[in-house]
Design a protein around this ligand. Structure first.
Ligand code: GDP
Ligand code: MG
Length: 298
């Protein structure tokens, strides 16, 4: 048998550059549930991609991003810093259209972590003129010391194979740590929450990135059905009313779209319960955050 590679990879970037889309598409749709716990406690694993020759372990880096102004961001940035320690490779995602201060801050966290950084230049599909991407790549290349730049479209699945190759060849040689069909249930919870968030965003348009949070309260298999309860946390009463909509119509729509996507993802029947709750000023309150699990473990 030829040699295999296996390693930890973090996907980082400021909000809205396409990290979740990228992870979902890299992992693909066919995921299976495992009850086995990861062998290592070094990182929280979001998802595992196994190919013939390599196993990529995508790790959770809660909210590496730039906006330092609020308590939520402070806590999340601390957590993210520690989550980057010891990864084998970092994939930093940027929007091909712009480089912001937030990107600069994310890059600084990456540099501090010491792992090689691959720059995924996302949303290539929004560029009509193929000649325009070259100068963009040239100017991005000068922002930092990148192992490689890969222009791609996470949404349209363009050049994700190139990114995968660039990732794989930088992983340490070693045996697979997981069975080929394994994925943690943490991944599924995470992906379910991301799907719900995506449906909310789609219904409401682009809101402030952290004004809506989704917490999965229950994720339980019972026979052929998976029961999921999720709490949608908003900052203001007005936002709650907007999400619920006229006689609950919008929340039903969000729930129905999310349920269908989650069913495809886990290949099982899903019962999805959504609740909307106002946690007034929650993004500004360190204590409330800790109770929500946004704690950095200190
Ligand atoms: P995250 O905040 O970094 O996780 O970003 P998301 O994955 O949630 O994506 C933010 C928005 O950008 C969503 O509306 C995505 O559909 C959109 N998006 C992500 N990747 C692409 C892409 O390759 N092309 C285009 N046009 N939109 C994208
Ligand atoms: Mg995301």
């Amino acid at each position: 048998m030829s040699e295999t590679r296996c390693g930890y990879v973090a996907i980082v970037g400021r909000p809205n550059v396409g990290k979740s889309t990228l992870l979902n598409h890299l992992l693909g749709q066919k995921l299976s549930i495992t009850s086995r716990k990861p062998q290592t406690t070094r990182h929280q694993i979001l998802g595992i991609k196994t190919t013939d020759e390599a196993q990529i372990l995508f790790v959770d880096t809660p909210g590496i991003h730039g906006d330092q102004e609020r308590a939520l961001n402070r806590v999340m940035n601390r957590a993210a810093g520690s989550a980057l320690t010891g990864v084998d490779l970092i994939v930093m995602v940027v929007d091909r259209g712009e480089w912001r201060d937030d990107d600069e801050r994310v890059l600084r966290s990456c540099s501090a972590a010491g792992a090689p950084v691959l720059l995924a230049v996302n949303k290539l599909d929004l560029e009509d003129n193929p000649n325009a991407i070259l100068p963009v790549l040239e100017s991005l290349a000068e922002k930092g010391d990148f192992a490689a730049l890969v222009p791609l479209s996470a949404l349209r699945n363009q050049k994700l194979d190139v990114l995968e190759q660039e990732i794989v060849k930088r992983l340490p040689v070693g045996p697979f740590l997981f069975n080929e069909d394994e994925i943690t249930d943490r991944s599924l919870r995470f992906l379910a929450a991301e799907i719900i968030r995506e449906k909310i965003t789609r219904q409401l348009g682009d809101e402030l990135p952290y004004s809506v949070a989704v917490e999965i309260e229950e994720f339980k298999e019972e026979g052929v059905t998976t029961h999921i309860s999720a709490l949608i946390l908003v900052e203001r009463k007005g936002q709650k009313a907007i999400i619920i909509g006229h006689k609950g119509s919008r929340l039903r729509q969000i729930g129905s779209e999310a349920r269908q996507d989650i069913e495809k993802l886990i290949d099982a029947k899903v019962m999805l319960n959504l609740w909307v709750k106002v946690r007034s000023g929650w993004a500004d309150d360190d204590r409330a955050l800790r109770s929500l699990g946004y704690d950095d473990g200190r």
